[in-house]
Design a protein around this ligand. Structure first.
Ligand code: UD1
Length: 420
């Protein structure tokens, strides 16, 4: 089992080019199924979740290649419509393949993505929307068997919560459904706007991607295209948090300021000086880091739940008290116990975490319990005194392209080890 060894305490100083976004690459890869031709995705991050998505595409019969951050997927000939359980389990967000598979093949069989590190992850919104679009769904032995006997048809869908995955699934299915689909209360995350752009580039007719109301006029079929994956706003937030934790200076390139505005606001309140360029950000933590009241996770454009853990790691050593409220996922404070092992003073009750800033954290042996929680431990360790060993690096590798290389390039001391 691999672990990260981090010798903390050096001040972060330097520049990072932000990787392509995992949460955009995955729905785009699902979209490749619909294209029926060759799609070339550039700036695609090299991550275990991306490899898992490519394995799912290969299973459907796509011809896939991936090198130098370019994924090529040819979906001209599909041979299979089911995804086995082991592939579904590799990546929780594999449910986004459902809408695309139904659009392309009119049927799909897959297992429930199941509970996960963040607590229960229901897919009721995905399924009820697809039912409205003419999909018949039966459940057998934990498997979902989906068919659309009369074809997919457009529908007016009101989401009771702006779910990112459900919005993506509906958009994918709607791209080739008969007639118009309108999604009300759609998720507004930048990754949704990117999926809309991608689908349009493949010949779909989508308007309002990234707004609360998305309209999709189904077309007969799509075609391949070339598309560049957007910068990863959560990786950007993670490296900002490392700069905050060490009172450092950081330049980020290949980043979109608007996408990370809510995170920048928190760091500005904490005392950072921030300068935004066209696709770059410079931030400096020359002043003492102050606690921030209150950070609430919300759907975009609110503060992202995915940045909650890494920002908490930075605030653990801020002056004063910070309060965080996790509104999106039920069980997203599993990193707290590990941060406490490193000397943090954090208490949680339900959705709320109270972070009393301490002078400094110290190195310890800790365990990543999920992707962003794991990244938070790396952030804390970079700022801590002494040596931290992070177990279960596989979680971090799901979302960060070579995190040790990125952190070392800005002055941290991180290496990966295989031995006990
Ligand atoms: C996506 C992101 C994830 C991020 C999350 C919220 C990807 C691959 N993952 O996940 O990193 O943390 O958005 O920004 O893009 N819900 C239901 N029923 C449903 C669907 C969702 O109750 O059918 C609930 C979930 O349990 C959760 C909330 O809605 O409490 C948000 O989930 P959702 O927006 O769907 O997140 P994901 O698409 O799974």
């Amino acid at each position: 089992m691999q672990r990260l060894i981090i010798n903390g305490g050096s001040r972060v100083c330097g520049e990072i080019k932000v990787q392509g976004a995992k949460n955009s690459a995955l729905p785009l890869l699902a979209g490749c199924l619909l294209a029926g031709g060759e799609v070339r995705l550039t700036n695609c991050p090299e991550l275990s979740d991306v490899y898992a998505a490519l394995r799912i595409l290969s299973r459907f019969g796509c011809r896939c290649s991936f090198k130098n951050n370019t994924a090529e997927v040819n979906s001209a000939e599909l041979t299979e419509y089911s995804v086995p359980e082991e592939l579904m389990r590799e990546m929780r967000s594999s449910i986004v393949f459902l809408g695309a598979a139904l659009g392309r093949m009119g049927q799909c069989r897959l297992s429930f993505p199941g509970g996960c590190e963040l607590g229960p992850r229901p897919i009721d919104l995905h399924l009820s929307a697809l039912k409205q679009m003419g999909v018949k769904i039966t459940e057998e032995h934990g498997e979902l068997c989906c068919t659309c006997p009369k074809g997919l048809r457009g529908a007016k869908i009101n989401l009771s919560f702006p779910s990112v995955g459900a919005t993506e699934n509906i958009m994918l299915a709607a791209a080739v459904a008969k007639g118009e689909t309108v999604i009300y209360n759609a998720a507004r995350e930048p990754e949704i706007a990117e999926l809309a752009k991608f689908l349009e580039r493949c010949g779909a007719r989508v308007s309002g991607g990234g707004c609360s109301t998305v309209r999709i006029n189904g077309v007969e079929k799509l075609h391949g295209c070339e598309f560049e994956v957007m910068p990863d706003r959560i990786a950007a937030a993670t490296y900002m948090a490392a700069a905050a934790a060490t009172r450092g200076e950081l330049g980020l390139t290949s980043v979109r300021c608007a996408d990370v505005q809510s995170v920048l606001n928190v760091f500005e309140h904490a005392g950072a000086d921030i300068f935004c360029g066209k696709d770059s950000i410079f931030m400096s933590f020359a002043k003492p880091l102050r606690g921030v009241k209150t950070v609430r996770t919300m759907p975009y454009p609110g503060f992202p739940t995915d940045a909650q853990a890494v920002v908490m790691a930075a605030l653990a050593t801020a002056e004063g008290t910070s309060v965080m409220v996790e509104n999106i996922f039920e069980s997203r404070y599993r990193h707290v116990d590990e941060l406490v092992r490193m000397g943090a003073d954090i208490k949680t009750e339900g959705k709320v975490a109270i972070i009393e800033g301490v002078q400094s954290l110290y190195g310890a042996r800790v365990r990543a319990c999920d992707l962003r929680g794991g990244a938070a431990l790396a952030v804390a360790a970079v700022g801590a005194k002494g040596r931290t060993v992070i177990e279960n690096v596989k979680y971090i590798d799901r979302g960060y392209e070579n995190i040790e290389k990125a952190l070392n390039s800005i002055g941290a001391d991180v290496y990966r080890s295989n031995d006990s």
